[in-house]
Design a protein around this ligand. Structure first.
Ligand code: ADP
Ligand code: MG
Length: 398
């Protein structure tokens, strides 16, 4: 789960990371009021969306009066901000953060990620802040400092000092750097984050080390341990298809193709997507309905998959190990009787009680296309989608 910049800043500041003064606003008037309340004569108004690259996309504006704040925020609220991280549909702006503008001496990149090969938290830093890390690794790979943390002892002060030296931070600021690094590391581990990124971390003209931007991502499977973090979820920033799925306990990732997939088990769901592509189709989604695959879950999965208007054919691929194919078949039949779908549906069942399952599908009278192997299923769903397309084109031609 992602959170907003202003939320990440609040979380990190509770762990000792220094941030500029700032306040949240839900309207242009409130933004101007927040700036007056804060005092000063220059403010940065920042669109709160779950994506980076806002500066280049017009989502970060420097303002020096009430009227400038009103104008900048009027152009933000209700709009969708398109950055290189959002995809062409962008993300809706419903909140803005008003921050005191700080004089920047230098910008540093700081990120904490889980490094899977060493199975440790890795700190990635660069003296070339402000740019995205992908850009830095292209143009200035030599400026990147990497340091993995030994979990048994946690981040040691000497290790944090080494990072500060490697970045060329002035000795007088080392203590502030150590405090920032320690704060990020503790927030990362104590809150089950999967990513913390401060870009830029700046040294100000008056020698303070401040986080000017902040991004945090959390492990969804650990959110139950952190109700305060779980509360920060903002569904307006999520793909509505994915929000609906996670509310129903299904694991769904929306994609751009038109063949909907309903599968039990993440590995099988991946294999199903691959096989569809091999057969010349494009999957519309990843969907793991879990091991249970009860009729209710199958019905929910159908509703979810068909709510994507791009879906023009559906492949149901169930392997019944603990489950039973006859139950799953009943689930499919029940789901389709209650909510008939208008696109071709291919069902492939394998495992326990597969014959009974096939019989239930065959006797249902529903226009289901059956398949035995995964290859066959993928070929049939792609063929069904193609012929459906032909029919539509023919209809349009008439
Ligand atoms: P994004 O990464 O989404 O573009 P940032 O929060 O990093 O958004 O802001 C973009 C740039 O705006 C920063 O790199 C920094 O140069 C400038 N900036 C952001 N906040 C402030 C601030 N409070 N004072 C001065 N400059 C800022
Ligand atoms: Mg940034």
């Amino acid at each position: 789960m992602d959170i907003h910049e202003y939320q990440a800043k609040e979380v990190l500041s509770n762990f000792g990371v220094a941030i500029p003064q700032g306040a949240l606003a839900y309207s242009p008037e409130q933004a101007a009021y927040r700036a007056r309340e804060m005092g000063g004569d220059k403010w940065i108004v920042k669109a709160q969306v779950h994506a980076g690259g806002r500066g280049k996309a017009g989502g970060v504006k420097l303002c020096s009066s009430d009227s400038e704040i009103l104008e900048a925020t009027n152009n933000m609220f209700g709009q969708r901000l398109v950055t290189h991280q959002t995809g062409p549909e962008g993300k809706g702006i419903y909140r803005v953060y008003v921050e005191a503008a700080v004089p920047i001496d230098r910008e540093i990149y700081l990120g904490l990620v889980l490094d899977r090969s060493s199975q440790r938290v890795m700190i990635v830093a660069s003296s070339e802040g402000g740019m995205e890390i992908e850009e830095i690794s292209e143009s200035r790979p030599d400026s990147i400092v990497r340091s993995t943390v030994e979990p048994a002892v946690g981040l040691q002060d000497f290790q944090a000092r080494e990072i500060a030296f490697a970045l060329g931070v002035e000795p007088a600021l080392t203590q502030q750097m150590v405090r920032t690094l320690q704060g990020c590391y503790r927030a990362f581990t104590e809150l089950d984050a999967t990513m913390v990124e401060i870009n830029p971390l700046v040294v100000t003209g008056d020698n303070r080390v401040l986080a000017l931007d902040a991004k945090m991502t959390f492990d969804d499977n650990a959110l139950f341990r952190h109700p305060n973090i779980a509360e920060l979820r903002d569904k307006s920033q999520e793909d509505p298809r994915e929000s609906r799925a996670s509310d129903r306990g299904l694991s769904y990732v929306g994609l751009d193709g038109n063949i909907g997939c309903i599968v039990n088990g993440a590995g099988l769901a991946m294999a199903t997507m691959d096989t569809i592509k091999l057969a010349g189709g494009e999957p519309a989604n990843f969907l793991d309905i879990g091991g249970g695959a009860t009729p209710e879950r199958v019905a929910k999965a159908f509703r979810l998959v068909t709510s994507d208007t791009n879906v023009q054919a559906i492949l149901v691929n169930i392997f019944a190990g603990i489950n039973r194919c006859d139950w799953v078949a009943e689930g499919v039949v029940q789901a389709l009787r209650e909510n008939p779908v208008e696109v071709p549906v291919v069902v492939r069942l394998a495992g326990t009680n597969v014959e009974e399952g096939q019989k239930i599908l065959a006797q249902s009278g529903l226009p289901l296309i059956r398949a035995t192997t995964l290859n066959e299923a993928a070929e049939r769903v792609v063929a069904a989608w193609n012929s459906d397309l032909d029919q539509n084109t023919k209809m349009r031609a008439v």
